[in-house]
Design a protein around this ligand. Structure first.
Ligand SMILES: Nc1ncnc2c1ncn2[C@@H]1O[C@H](COP(=O)(O)OP(=O)(O)O)[C@@H](O)[C@H]1O
Ligand SMILES: [Mg+2]
Length: 327
């Protein structure tokens, strides 16, 4: 029995000339779990996933993959498969030929999967004999996933696997990853889509500027953020504004202000309608406001978070770094 940890990374640092891509990142991924890496562009996600795949070596820190310390030599650690920056495919070969060529490299054995089986798993059976050249981004992603599945990895590493997927493709990919995790495979994926994280990942690390600014269960990420911004539509906007302003704990945000002036960047959902309020409040204060509105005879027609709790937490955690990156 090996360790239950598929990845154990401590204080990982990686620079490209004077760019610090990773700055002391810790990561622990348990077998049988789907783990998410999120962060804005340039946060270091691809760099970190590349280290897990043995495509590059860290400058500092320690890394163990499936219980084995990773050395200084560039080599794919045993039991790991996946891709960063899109899968490598032969455009002039069909989906099936691409996979057959790869399967030949792996050699057949108890630890390899069949080409037809992996094509079926990712939903590409119908286009198996079409050339990869004509594939959409989403189809290429799925073919890349099929290629990774051939080796029956114990750690699957995927960089933005949901890019370009239509809803059906996404369902296939989610199904595949969930089944793999249930069979004990660890999956590490990067995504900038909060719906992916919510649907798939038990734990996430939020990277910003090469640092892990949050690590933990997805539910804790949603709760990690303070009061949310809510859109409030009522039958009497001026009265609602007055009542909101007079409710302790409720802050009325000017819906016409640019997002960056409202604290954590909140896209107020294009609320250029003066009848629509945006308020920032913890839930108990919001309850008080709703009771006050009802008592004053003001009908509440809509009260919804401007962004999902997860997205709000993500934006708040990564706001500073993003503004630095934009400068
Ligand atoms: N091969 C490379 N050469 C130079 N800089 C790189 C290289 N790979 C990544 N970087 C830099 O490292 C930082 C992190 O990049 P990356 O890991 O690709 O971020 P993400 O995948 O989160 O968008 C960025 O500033 C990027 O420009
Ligand atoms: Mg990337």
């Amino acid at each position: 029995m090996g360790t239950l940890l598929a990845v154990r990374a401590r204080g990982i640092g990686k620079c490209f000339d004077d760019v610090v891509a990773l700055d002391g990142v810790d990561l622990e991924v348990t077998r049988g779990r789907i783990y998410g890496l999120v962060g804005p562009n340039g946060a270091g996600k691809t760099t970190l996933l590349g280290l897990l795949l043995g495509l590059a070596v860290a400058d500092s820190g320690s890394l163990e993959i499936l219980g084995v310390p990773v050395g200084r030599a560039l080599a794919a650690p045993d039991g790991v498969a996946g891709f960063v920056d899109g899968p490598g495919l032969y455009p002039s070969l069909t989906a099936r030929q691409n996979l057959t060529a790869l399967a030949a490299l792996h050699g057949e054995g108890p630890r390899t999967a069949g080409v037809d089986d992996v094509l079926h798993q990712v939903g590409l059976t119908d286009v198996a004999d079409d050339r990869a050249r004509g594939f959409s981004l989403g189809m290429r992603q799925r073919l890349g996933l099929a290629a990774a599945l051939l080796a029956r990895p114990r750690l699957l590493v995927l960089d933005e696997p949901s890019n370009g997927l239509d809803p059906a493709g996404q369902q296939h990919v989610h199904g595949v990853l969930t089944r793999l995790a249930a069979d004990g495979t660890a999956v590490v994926l990067s995504s900038h889509r909060m719906d992916d994280l919510e649907a798939l990942c038990s734990e996430v690390t939020v990277l910003a500027g090469g640092r892990a600014v949050f690590s933990g269960p997805v539910g804790e990420l949603a709760a990690a953020h303070g009061p949310l911004d809510y859109r409030l539509v009522t039958s009497d906007p001026p009265a609602a504004r007055r009542l909101a302003a007079g409710t302790p704990g409720v802050r009325v945000l000017d819906a016409t202000r640019p997002p960056h002036e409202t604290g954590p960047p909140c896209d107020t959902g294009a609320p250029r309608d003066p009848g629509r309020l945006v308020v920032r409040a913890p839930v108990p204060a919001l309850d008080t406001l709703v009771a006050a509105l009802v008592q004053a005879g003001v009908a509440v027609r809509e009260l919804t978070p401007v962004v999902s709790p997860l997205e709000a937490a993500f934006l708040a955690l990564t706001a500073g770094q993003q503004q630095e990156a934009d400068r």
